[in-house]
Design a protein around this ligand. Structure first.
Ligand SMILES: Nc1ncnc2c1ncn2[C@@H]1O[C@H](COP(=O)(O)OP(=O)(O)OP(=O)(O)O)[C@@H](O)[C@H]1O
Ligand SMILES: [Mg+2]
Length: 434
């Protein structure tokens, strides 16, 4: 990093308005002002950052390109929270043959659009608003399948985005995709490409490149639908100027140990908010005209926004047919959530894909608890399966972490839709074995 140039060190303050220093770039002006405010010589700053004073002098006058390495070194001393990198990007516009990673560019803006009306999440949004923007913000949103984790994360990210000058990135980690979760190496390639940085061949080099790129910048990152801590860890930004919002159907406890991660576990909607969601999508008149049927739809959907949205989409295709009539056309009302002609996929497909990612004993317990159709205990499951008490507890703990069952004292309960699915899913799979 140290340059071989040996011109005399720069001393004393100088500011951009001074005609003597009118050639200073924005980056240069920032460095000069920083020295001036702290009464430090530029040579001392250069030495502290491991640069030669003459090299720093050329950088601040725009006679040399400002490299990522130089910014990283200076930021470690100056702590300008990303402002240095931003100023360098602008300053390098005027430097010929500048390196591509420092060229001024449009900041990436990859956040998907927000849901137009987010029902029943005012309290959650208010609570996470108190946590950021903050240095090194790390927010982890978990909750059962289809509780609206992505919708909440994206809404919050849109609110934070203006504070993150280097832009916002969104990566789908495909935690429950039928083809398996996204490979972190592929995700890193996507992230680096999004910042228009070169993508090294090896995984280790990609991790290093990502950490260098996020060390001294202000970037907002959403990592959606994470599967495991192993998948997430290499993707976390290294610098305190970045914020990351993670969503997962799992409570990834080991990720949280020893970190300042803020966590929020999302529950299904209250019945009132479920009905409001249906009213937004089907029209208030339709809901108030058939209150019992509307309530029944919300119940069948387990008050899960994803199921409610899919059911509403199905019902909205026949605006002039009473809801009761439409429901009576389904042999099993639960089929409401099975529609497949939707870009988001059906609830049926989502549950099926999730089920297939689970170990056999977790699948068996999901089916069993679903079939019992009331709250149960570990002792009851142990008797029905013949499992040892320790193994039974560990399987149930796995289902709790996956938000497939909830525990209260010593009893375990299941969401209505998740229960229904479990009871049907095991048919033929485990029948006869308990
Ligand atoms: N609070 C809400 N109000 C209105 N609509 C919502 C709400 N939350 C989610 N939705 C709708 O439900 C759909 C599913 O939500 P979302 O994808 O956020 O769920 P998720 O918990 O991330 O699901 P998954 O577990 O599959 O990742 C979204 O397309 C959105 O339209
Ligand atoms: Mg999601």
């Amino acid at each position: 990093m140290r340059s071989s140039h040996t011109s005399p060190p720069l001393t004393g303050p100088c500011i951009q308005q001074d005609p003597k220093h009118s050639e200073l770039t924005q980056f240069g002006a920032l460095v000069v002002r920083w020295c001036e405010n702290r009464k430090r010589k530029q040579a001392d700053l250069a030495n502290a950052a491991g640069l030669s004073p003459s090299y720093l002098s050329k950088l601040i006058r725009g006679r040399r390109e400002v490299t990522v390495a130089a910014i990283t070194a200076l930021e470690q001393v100056m702590h300008t929270d990303g402002a240095l990198a931003d100023a360098a990007a602008r300053s390098n516009d005027n430097v010929p043959h500048r390196p591509p990673q420092i060229r001024r560019r449009t900041a990436p803006a990859q956040l998907p659009p927000t849901v137009s009306t987010l029902h029943g999440r005012d309290h959650e949004l208010a609570s996470i608003a108190t946590w950021g923007p903050a240095p090194g913000l790390r927010l982890f949103i978990d909750g059962a399948l289809g509780t609206g984790k992505t919708a909440l994360a994206v809404t919050h990210a849109h609110r934070l985005a203006p504070t993150y000058r280097a832009g916002n990135l969104f990566a789908d980690l495909r935690g429950h995709h039928p083809d398996g979760p996204a490979d972190p190496s592929d995700v890193l390639a996507h992230l680096l490409k999004s910042l228009r940085l070169p993508v090294p061949d090896s995984f280790t080099d990609r991790v290093q490149a990502w950490r260098s790129a996020t060390w001294s910048t202000r970037l907002l990152l959403v990592l959606d639908d994470a599967r495991s801590t192993e998948q997430l860890t290499p993707l976390l930004p290294s610098g305190a100027g970045c914020a990351v919002i993670i969503t997962s159907r799992y409570r990834l406890s080991t990720l949280l140990v020893g970190t300042s991660t803020q966590t929020l576990t999302l529950a299904p909607l209250t019945r009132t908010h479920s009905l409001n969601l249906l009213a937004t999508r089907l029209g208030r008149t339709r809901i108030t005209a058939e209150p019992d049927i509307s309530n029944h739809i919300a119940e069948v959907c387990g008050d899960l926004p994803k199921a409610l949205a899919l059911a509403a989409e199905h019902l909205s295709t026949h605006p002039n047919v009473p809801l009761e009539r439409l429901l009576s056309e389904h042999e099993d009302r639960w089929e409401l959530t099975k529609i497949t002609d939707n870009a988001d996929g059906s609830m049926h497909a989502a549950l099926d894909a999730f089920y297939k990612t689970l170990p056999p004993d977790h699948q068996r317990a999901w089916h069993l608890i679903g079939s019992i159709d009331r709250t149960t205990t570990a002792e009851e499951i142990a008797v029905l399966t013949g499992w040892a008490p320790g193994h039974t507890r560990s399987v149930l703990e796995g289902l709790v972490l996956a938000h497939l069952v909830t525990r209260r004292d010593s009893t375990y309960d299941m969401n209505a839709l998740i229960r229904k699915w479990g009871s049907q899913m095991g048919t033929g799979h485990q029948r006869g074995s308990f």
